[in-house]
Design a protein around this ligand. Structure first.
Ligand code: ATP
Ligand code: MG
Length: 361
């Protein structure tokens, strides 16, 4: 397979901060980026071109594919069928299978089981009666989640007892999904920590993985990622990393794949995966020799992958959520804190405005 050389144009579906950091990494390697999204966003400020279009506008997507040398995406809300169509015109990586599986929580769990991973007990849910049956099987406490389009804990309802079923079903919006389960019920996992594994797989099948970050969430949103993880989490890193590599290989994935885990006394329990660069990998920009963004660009262009070795003894990434971004003068005053602001104008509560990374040498 021939490489897509520097000087080429990479198309990115999505205009958020992940696209922005991908475009910066691509620019460093001499690529131009062309963003396609329904709305302008942080990625457009740093890209060579922007096309405004809907993700289901096939003619517009097709025209976009004619203007770029490769396509990737920065989030999962693109229809896998659109990715497959684009892939017929221009190298589109990762391909539609990764997206198909990773964005649908039921398929994710099935694939995890097929490669021998642990998951929470779960059942697919179609309606309120099937939720009640699922609850009888899985038991409380549990979490009800929409199977598609969840992020930052949205589309989820906690269930403490079977009496909560009706309220939980309406809380997630009584979803409907043709040809699949619109919701999934998961037993609540009793974990002592959360961590993620970020791997990158090249077109030649070579894989690299970064040190695992331990992740702390606040109000359903990632707050910090720390490397190295604590000793009890580190003890589970090898098994979880082997799982993530096996998943990337089984999918024939190209690019970054992120798997989220709960650390439990029984070992790592797989929660979910993202077929893309991930917030818990932002620390790799300064904290690793090659960042998740650069390796994703290298992978989709068919280039050799870079080293994931740490650049210091410890790295911590803190998200700047909502009003936190107003702390930028103090953060710059620290001198050795790496500040990233995404250029978003409105600091709404819960909105990811930027992040700061501190590397301890
Ligand atoms: P994100 O976009 O932040 O990754 P998400 O909306 O895709 O989140 P999940 O990662 O599935 O959703 O859930 C968000 C958080 O809720 C998890 O990080 C974890 O803290 C908690 N959680 C989710 N599922 C379970 C479970 N089965 N047992 C216990 N806690 C859970
Ligand atoms: Mg998650």
């Amino acid at each position: 397979m021939s490489a897509i050389p520097p000087g080429s144009t990479i198309g990115i579906l999505g205009s958020g901060q992940l696209g922005r950091m991908l475009a910066v990494a691509a620019a460093q390697l001499g690529y131009r980026c062309h963003i396609y999204a329904p709305e302008s966003g942080p990625a457009c400020d740093v890209a060579a071109a922007f096309t405004q279009g809907a993700y289901d506008d096939s003619p517009a997507l097709y025209a976009f594919a004619g203007q770029v040398d490769a396509i990737t995406f920065e989030f999962e809300n693109v229809e896998p069928v659109a990715i497959a169509q684009l892939g017929a015109r221009v190298p589109t990586r990762p391909h539609s299978l990764s997206l198909d599986i990773a964005r649908y929580r039921v398929a994710e769990k099935e694939w995890a089981a097929q490669i021998g991973g642990r998951t929470a007990p779960w059942r697919g849910v179609s309606d309120l009666p099937s939720l009640e049956t699922a609850l009888a099987d899985v038991g409380a406490p549990a979490i009800l989640k929409t199977t598609l389009f969840g992020y930052d804990g949205k589309g989820q309802a906690r269930i403490d007892s079977p009496a909560d079923a009706t309220a939980a079903w309406s809380e997630i919006g009584s979803p409907v999904l043709e040809g699949g389960f619109p919701a999934i019920l998961e037993g609540r996992v009793d974990f002592f920590a959360e961590f993620s594994v970020i791997v990158c797989r090249g077109t030649d099948g070579a894989t690299v993985a970064w040190d695992v970050p331990e992740n702390l969430h606040r109000e359903g949103i990632l707050a910090t990622s720390s490397v190295p993880a604590s000793a009890p989490v580190l003890a589970q890193a090898e098994e979880a990393t082997a799982f993530a590599v096996a998943m990337a290989n089984k999918l024939g994935h190209v690019g970054v794949l992120t798997c989220e885990f709960f650390a439990t006394p029984d070992g790592p329990v797989f929660n979910e995966m993202a077929p893309r660069v991930h917030n818990s990998g932002h620390w790799t920009i300064e904290g690793a020799v090659t960042s998740q963004f650069e390796n994703h660009i290298r992978a989709i262009c068919g280039l050799p992958l870079g080293s994931t070795t740490l650049t210091g003894a410890a790295v911590e990434m803190t998200n700047l959520i909502g009003a936190d971004a107003g702390r930028w003068p103090a953060l710059l005053g620290e001198g050795d804190a790496h500040l990233h602001l995404y250029g978003k104008h409105e600091a709404r509560p819960g909105r990811k405005m930027g992040h700061v990374t501190r590397v301890r040498r």
